[in-house]
Ligand binder design. Sequence first.
Ligand code: ZN
Length: 493
Amino acid sequence: MKIHCFIEAHISEALPRARYALKALLMAYLPPKHIIFVSDRSRFRQLLVSGDYLCVYYGVNPELYYEENNCVFLDYSNEAEYFYQQSRKRGKEEISYINRLGKQVPVLFKEKNSATHKEAIGADLPASAFYFLSDWESCIATHNELDIHKRFDFRNSMQFTCGLHDSYLLNTYAAIIWEDITLVAKKAGFRHVPAQSRSFMGNSFAACITHDIDRVRKRYRGTIKRELFDIPVKNALNLTFSQRINRLSNSATDFAIPRDTYEYSIRKMLAFERDAGVKPTVLLKSIVEKHPNDAADYLSYPFVTELLAKVRQSEGEVGLHSSYNAGFDETLFMLELQKLNRLQRSKITAHRHHYLRENAIRLPSMLEKNEIKTDSTKAWANQAGSKTLFSFPYYLYDLHRNRETQVLEIPMFMMEVQLLVSMKMKPVAALELLKKQVDDVRDRGGVLCWNFHHHVYDNTEAEGADFLFEASLGYLQEQSPFFATMTQIYEYF
Ligand SMILES: [Zn+2]
């Protein structure tokens, strides 16, 4: 089934935003090629009058089209048009509620004039969604809203202050719009309206398991110094005395074993995933200029050749995990990518920033310019869950140039260090949270993207990390997702 959409705005700069957000929400139900945007009024009227097409009108002059019964009207907010022309956050007091799908649904832009047609939603849902899809707050953040790594802090976000972080709010918006579309389609006699959100190769959801490979050798002087001096003596991580003793004793035992623990953990993780049918996305560092928060360049280690072969055997993918400073230095980013391309002898198309450290406003255009197809940087550093409040991937929006890019964002829902270290969860409670993520995405459709770090798999840095990895993937496998790499998701989507 195809849908023809027409958008009208007061100011032309609002058109690309409106079109982008509407498309992103519809993509939970339809592939992009089935969502057609009509650019002029007379063409749209032709389509409407013929009665052969299901249409969506989203704009400022709905009354011109009311007589046709094959058209869905979406409320359009004049206020939102002007709001996105400025650089300001939406306050908690500016949130309103509509009653749909049997619940109170928070919206950012309520449409006051919506009484003009009877099936009105009463709010501008694409404009509300745009706030999260564009990562608006990260893009306009002021210096004092950033953490020490210059990342927009979860605690300053609307997701936190309005308690939305577990809400999958954009899925709800998409479902409301889809309910209206289904209703009109049925009345107008259209068939083949999908009742469910999009499936992935016949599976109700997809899973993208990724690994940021920060370091591959534990027996490295930086790590040894860190474990035997910085943490136990200088207390660099601000641990309690008993935590430090515990960690020191673990590390000392570990250094006494002949094999390298990190290499061993990588082998073990990949072997486990191969048995589980996971197609891993392994994101490698490609150091050109090392910052103290980057590990040493490891690409020339013989182990990396073995690692690449294992990824190939699992039908996985190698992507770039760009360095601490690469998000703020486009030349550095390009050099890191070129270096990894040479090693891999093919184009790298998947990416995530180290420390999730991005220049939010520049990220979309930087990735697009470097022919990255898919990114997974959008996540909170210290909090699990979908930052965008959406379980589906979406294209990144370049606010700087006011246009949609071709880079597909597959937001990361969890890394075990968030749960076990930042959120200080016990492994069993963390497993419950992950099972809930699996259930939520399975029931709503979309792509569940997780990130596991091999360097905590030996439990020295995060107690219970190996248990969490194996138990959560075990549960995920039982729910039969379509396992895919990031680029496979891009190609499928
Ligand atoms: Zn990293």
